[in-house]
Write a protein that binds this ligand. Sequence first.
Ligand code: HEC
Length: 459
Amino acid sequence: MGFGGLSLRAVLGRLGVGAAYVAAVLVVFSGLAVAAPAKVCPDDVVQDASSPVPLSDVCIPDGYTDIPMDYFDDFSWREFVAMVWPAAKGKRGVADTTKTVGGPGPRVFETFKSLYEVFHDDGSAPTAAFNAYDPPGMNVCNAATGFGDMVLGSKSGIDDIGQAGVGELLGPLVAQNGRYVRLQTLYNKIAYDFIVSHKLYQRASLPPVPSPRPELPVVQFPMGSVVLKASWLDLEGFTEEQKARFYSRMAMLKDPNTGQCSKTLMGLVGMHIVVKTPSRPQWIWSSFEQIDAIPPKEFGGTGKFTFHDGNKTNPMPAENPLMLVPLAKQPVTPFNVTRNIMAPVHPKTELMNLVYQRLLHNTPFEFYRVATTQWPRLEGNQAAPVPATQGGEITTTFPGAGATSAFANLTMETFDQGRPQLGCMSCHNQARMTVDFLWSVMDHAYPAKVGVAKSAIAR
Ligand code: HEC
């Protein structure tokens, strides 16, 4: 871009434009895939939880050849802060800059478009306006929805409960209170607009993969696309002391057994965030958990755990004992979840977590952790962008085939913790060619194709 040698930031600075605005403009520019002005990245990351503007890309100093853990984990946290920031009233996906991250109100991510708003049961086009809400008949609770409202459930009663397998649904996770973990998928405006304009909500519009296979995915989402998967739990039976350690909110929750919907207090137990950036067109894969999921007791913890009874002599079963079909009625007898000792959260990630937990003190978000960040990698200079022709194979992603740190989320890939070949990227890589890694598009484009794994059907 011709700014006579000046960076875009410097030009805008001369025009007296504020830093937040500059960052927002940079996001927009990267969304248009315009070459970014040469950037200088600080040697050490600058942790910050005071801004709702996420990093538009990971910023690794030129010539850095080590494993850039801190840069990616910091990217994850900055993105998380942006996602859980209070949303501006009436404006879906927009942060309220007059509030702080702990302020009241629905969060930015909760105002993104839900899976059911993108993929209608009848294959009809989603509402073009990102800010609009569908009429009540379009959600499983037949609920009138407006700004910040949330509906959790699925028509089948199992789609939002089964854990993700390789394009199919696995058994569910139940918490110590006998309630199933509920899953929700959300798209930001850039991703949503792309799906709508390319009609990716219909299977017939998913372009066939030419033979011979091309080098680049047939569909490529624009830079700045953000897609989330959140896991929620009905906090029934939790003490006030326990509840205070969750980000929680009311939602319309569909009971999978009775089909009835009721307003229920839901606690956020996990979150996946994927962000498409100019340097990592294979997306950056971030995953968060609430810290009281399993022992040990974390700072100030009550000693009660969401997915563990506290008795060390009760191990986690090797396979999920619960079926999806038929789905046992709640309250369900729980089992213990533990973290695979071969794949603990990386010590560097835990150090970064401590910094952000402190920055988020006095907000419920201080009780969350990055479990893992995955990214596509090249040898050598880590500041070099990874070309989109590279896939998400395990050999070219962190933590890779010989993983010695976590690559799964306790609440969403509970039984895949010991199989690096089932890390985020290698599993999503199977959806790369057709839909740029996004399994949800592959599964839910009309007519939906969401199979249930044999292991999750009672024989
Ligand atoms: C074994 C395969 C598998 C693994 C491992 C896996 N996922 Fe997924 N993921 C899926 C499937 C399948 C869906 C779509 C589920 C549905 O039908 O709604 C999905 C959905 C998602 C979504 C919603 C957007 C999309 O792709 O459709 C995000 C975000 C996501 N996963 C992130 C992650 C992250 C981060 C990890 C690693 C911590 C991970 N996934 C691990 C299979 C997997």
